[in-house]
Ligand binder design. Structure first.
Ligand code: B12
Ligand code: SF4
Length: 505
């Protein structure tokens, strides 16, 4: 008898990084299965390949595509399971497209589900919700099942902890997991050891890696004995203590990304961020001084934000050494307390998940400005921050800081910082400038075809199969993936409130 075939599929947002979630599930899958992990933006999915069990992951802005794919596989007789953040928030909705939905951290439920499947596929149904796994017993994620050579060389995912002890209103972390738990340090070191040598740097996907100072001290001491170079996410209080930063730097940390969220103290308090904006300047300067890149995430459109928030943020950034930023409107993801609040107040402009993209997409009616002001304010800020003059200034500062790392050798240090800024510039401008949108569309759709082995794998299901099985009549890969607004005229629209349909939790 042939072994049951399992496909684990991710529908990423953009050309991103290897998905650790699916690699973690693959690691606990019983050996009875033939497993393949497919990243839909990295390779072609041949729908006619025989498959018995399909697991699909997608975040909210890709969930509509995930549902369509799930419907297709079910129509073809496969058993379909959905998991991840969105499915956890909306299990009943997800169950309309799948035989089973796994809520929260997946390992324990997935193992149980696979065992059910091996007994009889009809046993796989309904919502699986189990206690989170003991991180000390988890095997190494099976990243070897992904085509790692198809991803960039700067981001190999590592993980040392799960969860976050904080309770920010817009964040889903507390719904996904219980408290904050850490992996044994030996497990992390083994992840580091197994990374492909072609990877120039790694990234810890942990929400807040150094949430437990004792653990992080021990981890950094152990990492300092390796040659790994990495980025991580840390709350800003970690960076107030220069000793912490020096330990992280000695361990190989080159970038600290923090959710500063706002320069408006009322916003920090209103969203339970538990931070003091007066500390931010010192925190950013500390990171830079120790020789790491400070990267900041900023959100706009909260109830306490007035139209001057954009100028205030730019002034703040100009006066700091912040090297890298991401800007977005507030996106209340389903399952968060923010989502429930806006829903109660009737302020959600849309619950079409394709619009929950962030950046300049407005999905909530702001209190103290119009939706247009919010969208244009974020765009203005991104344009200004990534203007040529500011990019050059930041790159020069980076070049002059002798403690900062130089990817590719000292001569390439300046160009590397310019490249980082140019990349961010591009990420914003292809959303705002129609000709760059056009170019981006082409780049994404041809991406899959640059790999010789994929050229002869037959058609991808997005191209022709969907209408045949009653799925949505999309005519090309791109048309399907671009639903959320890359089509001309639909670029992150300000959707009218009439489009609201009630989501089911
Ligand atoms: C690293 C990261 C990224 C990276 C890489 C994403 C990737 N390809 O993995 C980058 C920077 C590219 C990124 C981008 C974005 N991200 Co992000 N990201 C994360 C982060 C910090 C870690 C993800 C991770 O690797 N976790 C570790 C693994 C082990 O856990 P996991 O992925 O959750 O998988 C477990 C379970 O979810 C479950 N599971 C997952 N899938 C499946 C499938 C099946 C079948 C089953 C059974 C179980 C299952 O089992 C897994 C093992 O326990 C999370 C926050 C977090 N801590 O999870 C946010 C998070 C996932 N991102 C989020 C968002 C919104 C985005 C963006 C949309 C942001 C934007 N506006 O551009 C994009 C879109 C990404 C996409 N894939 O479409 C949100 C998702 C919210 C939501 N409701 O969907 C999160 C939760 C952040 C937050 N707190 O709000 N992200
Ligand atoms: S500190 Fe970060 S990860 Fe923790 S709850 Fe707040 S936003 Fe989420």
């Amino acid at each position: 008898m042939r072994r049951p075939r399992l496909k684990l599929i991710t529908i990423p947002w953009e050309l991103e990084v290897p998905t650790l979630g699916l690699a973690s599930l693959a690691a606990v899958t019983p050996p009875d299965f033939d497993i393949a992990i497919v990243d839909l933006l990295r390779e072609r999915l041949h729908l006619d390949e025989e498959v018995d069990l399909v697991g699909i992951t997608a975040s909210t802005p890709r969930i509509t595509a995930a549902y369509a794919l799930a419907d297709l596989y079910r129509a073809r007789g496969a058993t379909v399971v959905l998991g991840g953040h969105h499915a956890t928030a909306m299990p009943r909705e997800a169950l309309e497209h799948a035989d089973a939905v796994v809520c929260g951290e997946g390992e324990v439920s997935w193992r149980r589900l696979c065992d059910d499947f091996l007994v009889a596929k009809s046993r796989v149904h309904g919502v699986y919700r189990d206690p989170p796994p003991d991180l000390g017993t988890l095997p190494q994620p099976r990243l070897d099942l992904m085509h790692l050579e198809r991803y960039g060389r700067f981001y190999f995912p590592l993980i040392a902890s799960r969860g976050c002890p904080e309770v920010c209103t817009f964040c889903f972390a507390k719904r996904m997991t219980v408290g904050y738990r850490t992996y044994p340090i030996a497990h992390v070191l083994e992840q580091v050891r197994r990374r492909p040598k072609s990877m120039l740097s790694c990234y810890f996907v942990d929400d807040n890696l150094p949430a437990d100072p004792d653990y992080s001290r021990e981890l950094f001491a152990a990492l300092a004995k390796t040659d790994v170079r990495f980025g991580m996410q840390a709350r800003n209080e970690f960076s107030q203590d220069v000793t912490n930063l020096e330990q992280a730097r000695a361990a190989g940390c080159v970038l600290i990304s923090s959710g500063y969220e706002s320069v408006n103290q009322s916003t920090l308090e209103g969203t339970s961020k538990r931070a003091d904006v007066r500390d931010y300047r010192e925190v950013i300067a500390n990171i830079f001084r120790v020789g790491m890149l400070p990267s900041g995430n900023w959100m706009f459109g909260f109830d306490w934000d007035t139209p001057d928030i954009f100028q205030r943020t730019l002034d703040f950034l100009d006066s700091t050494d912040m090297m890298h930023c991401s800007f977005t409107t507030e996106i209340p993801f389903p399952g968060t307390s923010a989502f429930r609040k806006y829903e109660r107040e009737g302020r959600l402009l849309t619950v079409n998940y394709d619009d929950y993209v962030g950046k300049d997409g407005v999905v909530v009616r702001p209190k103290q400005m119009s939706p247009e002001q919010l969208r244009d304010g974020v765009r203005w800020l991104a344009r200004e921050y990534y203007s040529l003059a500011r990019s050059v200034r930041r790159s020069r500062k980076g070049f002059a800081n002798h403690k900062l790392p130089s990817l590719g050798g000292p001569l390439l240090k300046g160009p590397a910082y310019l490249g980082l800024n140019a990349f961010q510039w591009w990420q914003w401008h292809y959303r705002m400038v129609p000709s760059l949108q056009w170019l981006y569309r082409r780049l994404v759709s041809v991406n899959k075809y640059r790999f010789f082995s994929d050229l002869f794998r037959g058609t991808n299901f997005w191209a022709s199969q969907a209408p045949e099985v009653g799925g949505p009549a999309h005519h090309s890969d791109w048309a399907f993936f671009s639903k959320q607004g890359f089509k001309r005229g639909r670029q992150f629209p300000l959707v009218e409130a009439t489009e609201v349909r009630a989501p089911r939790a």
